[in-house]
Design a protein around this ligand. Structure first.
Ligand code: ZN
Length: 373
C-alpha cells in the first residue's frame, strides 16, 4: 500500500467545533416551537467519521499534512464585501449569529473557524502550486459554495473555494476552473464569478433542488464572463451513469476548451444514495469515478494541479466511504477497506436513463460558448 502521487491533506480539529446549535434537519430549533431540538444536519459526525476512516485504513499516514492558517481579511475581501466579513465577526463575538438565511446558525468560535476553513483551501492551493504535493484534499468546515459576495447562505459563511481561486489568480495563474459536484447548485460561486472570464465555474447538481430553482442550464454567466459558467442540472434519481455521462460529455470538453492552470473541486458528498438532503444515488464507487475524471483531466490540462475542498454530505455512515474512495483515487493508494454499503447503493440502479441523457445533452449545447484558452 504505497502512494503513486503526493496528496496533501488539510484538516484541523477546530473545523468540527463550528457550532450549528440545535435543530432538526436543515432547520434550527429556534425557527419553530414545533421543532423538537436535536442536531442541526450540518454537524460534525460525517466529517469526523471520514477522518477516522482515513486514520484506521492507514491512508492518512500516506498523505502529506498541509497546515491550514486563517485566511487574511484581504483574502476574504477579495471575494466578499467588508460588510459581510464584519457582520459575521461581530455576530460571533456576541456569541451566536446566522450567516444570512436564518438556517445557517453559528457560534462564538465560528468566525475564526470560517477563516481557518477558507485558509485551509488556500494552503492546499499553495502546496500544489509550490510543488510540495501533486494534489490535495481539504476536509474543511463550514462549507462555502452557497456564500455569495454579499451574504452567507445554506450553512456557508465564506466561500472557501472562491477565496482559494482568487488567491490562485493573485499568484499569477491566468485561468482557474471550479468544478462543483456537491448535489446542490454552487450558487454562491456562480454569482461571485458570473462576470469573470478568468474563472470557469461548472456545477453538477440535482435539478432545482437547492436553492429552489437555482442553477438552470440556460444560465452561462454574464458580461465579460458570458460562457464561463455551466450548469448541469441532473434529474433526481441520477446515479453514476448520469454523472459519468456529464463528466465525459460536458465537464471534460469544457475544461479542455478553457485550459485552466488549476482545477478546484467543490467536493460535496451529498449526492450519495443515502443522503437526507437530496435524492441522487451515488455510491463510493461513483465518487471514485468522479475523482478519477478530475485527476485525469487535471493531468491532461494543468500538470495534475488539483485541489478538492469539502462541501456538503450529511449521511454519517456513507460519507466516510465516499471520501475515502476519493482520497484513494487522488493518492493512488488502495487501502484494504471494503465499503459495506456499496452493494445496497449499487442495487438502486446506476445506469444512464434516457431522460438523464437528455438533461446532459442540454448542457452539452452550452460547451461551445466556453471561452477558449
Ligand atoms: Zn450540498
Amino acid at each position: 500500500m504505497s502512494a503513486s502521487r503526493r496528496t496533501g491533506w488539510v484538516f484541523d480539529e477546530r473545523y468540527l467545533w463550528h457550532d450549528t446549535g440545535t435543530g432538526a434537519g436543515p432547520l434550527p430549533a429556534s425557527l419553530s416551537p414545533w421543532i423538537e431540538p436535536m442536531d442541526h444536519v450540518e454537524s460534525p459526525p460525517s466529517k469526523r467519521r471520514l477522518l477516522n476512516l482515513l486514520t484506521v485504513s492507514g491512508l492518512l499516514e500516506q498523505l502529506h499534512q498541509v497546515r491550514p492558517r486563517p485566511a487574511t481579511e484581504a483574502q476574504v475581501e477579495a471575494v466578499h464585501t467588508p460588510e459581510l466579513r464584519r457582520r459575521i465577526q461581530a455576530a460571533a463575538a456576541s456569541g451566536r449569529g446566522d450567516a444570512g438565511d436564518g438556517a445557517s446558525p453559528f457560534g462564538a468560535a465560528s468566525y475564526d473557524i470560517a477563516l481557518l476553513a477558507a485558509g485551509g483551501v488556500v494552503a492546499a492551493v499553495d502546496a500544489v502550486l509550490d510543488g510540495e504535493v501533486d494534489n490535495a484534499y481539504a476536509l474543511v468546515r463550514p462549507p462555502g459554495h452557497h456564500a455569495s459576495a454579499e451574504t452567507g447562505w445554506g450553512f456557508c459563511l465564506f466561500n472557501n473555494v472562491a477565496i482559494a481561486a482568487r488567491h490562485a489568480r493573485s499568484r499569477g495563474l491566468a485561468r482557474v476552473a471550479i468544478l462543483d459536484w456537491d448535489v446542490h447548485h454552487g450558487s454562491g460561486t456562480e454569482s461571485i464569478f458570473a462576470a469573470d472570464p478568468s474563472v470557469l465555474t461548472i456545477s453538477l447538481h440535482q435539478d432545482g433542488a437547492y436553492p429552489t430553482g437555482s442553477g438552470p442550464v440556460s444560465y452561462v454567466g454574464e458580461g465579460a464572463g458570458l460562457g464561463a459558467n455551466l450548469n448541469v442540472p441532473l434529474p433526481p434519481g441520477s446515479g453514476s451513469g448520469a454523472y459519468e455521462h456529464a463528466m465525459t460529455e460536458v465537464v471534460r470538453p469544457a475544461l479542455a476548451r478553457f485550459r485552466p492552470d488549476l482545477l478546484l473541486v467543490a467536493s460535496g458528498l451529498d449526492g450519495n444514495g443515502g443522503d437526507p438532503m437530496a435524492r441522487q444515488l451515488l455510491s463510493s464507487e461513483g465518487f471514485r469515478m468522479l475523482a478519477r475524471h478530475a485527476r485525469q483531466v487535471a493531468e491532461e490540462l494543468c500538470g495534475g494541479r488539483l485541489v478538492l475542498a469539502h462541501e456538503g454530505g450529511y449521511n454519517p455512515w456513507i460519507v466516510p466511504f465516499c471520501g475515502l474512495a476519493i482520497v484513494e483515487e487522488l493518492s493512488g493508494v488502495r487501502t484494504p477497506v471494503v465499503d459495506p454499503y456499496l452493494a445496497a447503493l449499487e442495487g438502486y440502479g446506476q445506469g444512464l436513463l434516457p431522460h438523464q441523457a437528455a438533461a446532459v445533452a442540454r448542457a452539452v449545447a452550452q460547451v461551445v460558448g466556453v471561452p477558449a484558452g
